[in-house]
Design a binder for this molecule. Structure first.
Ligand code: MG
Length: 388
């Protein structure tokens, strides 16, 4: 029995609990530069999922917009007092739209969903009403209460994670018919109470819930372990022209001549932008900001660097280091070098030691030697997730 209708992911992000030491509710706390809920949403962008809806708490609209606004998701659904109420609100909102065949219900606090889990869950719906990822328990279990109590046999115990996938009509009916007096901690419990069959698929340690401050630290270390180092190379040349506006490295440098060409002709930032884009295989500056487009005429090149930096960060990567060489006879770069380093470091949000700027001449040889223009080279070292 295949799934007829759309497959929707419902991300529950309506909690009020804040991370230890944090101010924002946990789902909006940042991990590796992005809110937890954003990680969760991004991992649900899967070829078999048609739409992602987030259930938020009333009054958290601005936190939501800041965290995931630029992903242009359909408007969020307002949740209720408990997790279960929030899920129910989400399901009712989907029901009102109609045409939903299956739903994956996921906690925002489980940011690192492997794509294979989504496939396994949806495949499992061929033979069951619902499916949940589960892991066996490897630690010893015992009753607590001050001192260690009796051991609990762990042989048949499972750690149940999310997302949990369900045939939509079945889970909606189960939630509507729930009569338990306390909120269920997950939807598989609601499904089972309604007599539905819930299959299990292999869970993943990456799906562990982020609850405490130490979970954030551990998750960041895990993320780091998944990053691979890449190097990008950029090169650019601009010719001197009439006018005395010379922009280099985001600074206006006093000089008798300016450079001509694309935007403000900041040859240093253009080479740097190409190096950043190159490190993530994103083409070059002309692909993103075509020179033929009048809106870039005279534009500040700092926005090109920021765009490349944002692309890297959007895929969970970060810039480790950049090294730039400026090749010209004039102006003398030395007096401006420190200010230029600070300018580039600020654009990339990097500490100063991770930005290097050097200058050289070509011993009066070639076009730079004849003072016809300035060339710049840049190398960027970037860490980004393996799959990107
Ligand atoms: Mg250029």
């Amino acid at each position: 029995m295949g799934i007829e209708g759309r497959i929707i992911a419902l991300v529950v992000a309506a909690g009020h609990g804040s991370r230890a030491g944090g101010e924002a509710p946990k789902q909006y706390a940042k991990l590796a530069g992005k809110a937890l809920v954003r990680h969760a949403v991004e991992r649900l962008r899967h070829p078999r999922i048609d739409e992602i809806r987030v259930v938020i708490s009333a009054g958290q609209q601005s936190l939501y917009t800041e965290a995931v606004g630029e992903l242009a998701l359909p408007s969020p659904i307002v949740g209720g007092a408990t997790r279960q109420d929030s899920v129910r609100n989400g399901l009712e909102a989907l029901s009102a739209v109609g045409g939903v065949g299956a739903v994956l219900i996921h906690d925002a606090a489980r940011p690192f969903l492997p794509a294979r889990v989504v496939d396994a869950l949806l495949d499992a719906l061929d033979a069951a009403d619902g499916a949940a990822p589960a892991l066996s328990v490897v630690d010893s279990l015992a009753l607590g209460g001050g001192t260690l109590g009796d051991a609990v046999p762990r042989d048949n115990l499972l750690r149940v994670q999310t997302p949990q996938a369900f045939r939509f009509d079945a889970i909606l009916a189960a939630h509507r018919g729930w009569t338990g007096d306390t909120g269920a901690t997950d939807d598989a419990q609601v499904a089972r109470a309604a007599g539905l069959r819930v299959a299990t698929v292999p869970g993943d340690a990456m799906l562990d819930k982020i609850t405490y401050a130490e979970d954030f630290r551990r998750a960041e270390q895990r993320l780091d372990a998944n990053l691979v180092s890449r190097t990008g190379l950029g090169f650019d040349v601009h010719a001197f022209a009439e006018g005395d506006e010379l922009w280099l490295g985001g600074l206006l440098i006093p000089h008798s001549r300016g450079l001509s060409g694309h935007s403000d002709a900041d040859v240093v930032l253009h080479a740097l932008t190409d190096a950043l884009l190159g490190a993530i295989g994103e083409g070059d500056i002309g692909d993103h900001f075509p020179p033929s487009d009048p809106q870039w005429r005279g534009a500040a090149s700092s926005r090109f660097v920021e765009h490349a930096r944002d692309l890297i960060e959007a895929r969970g990567g970060r810039v480790d280091h950049v090294d730039i060489t400026i090749i010209c006879e004039t102006p003398k770069i030395g007096p401006h070098r420190d200010a230029m380093r600070r300018s580039v470091a600020a654009l990339l949000r990097l500490p100063l030691p991770r930005v290097s700027i050097k200058a050289t001449t070509t011993e009066r040889l070639g076009f730079t030697g004849r003072g016809e223009g300035i060339a710049a080279q840049a190398v960027a070292t970037v860490r980004a997730p393996e799959e990107s």
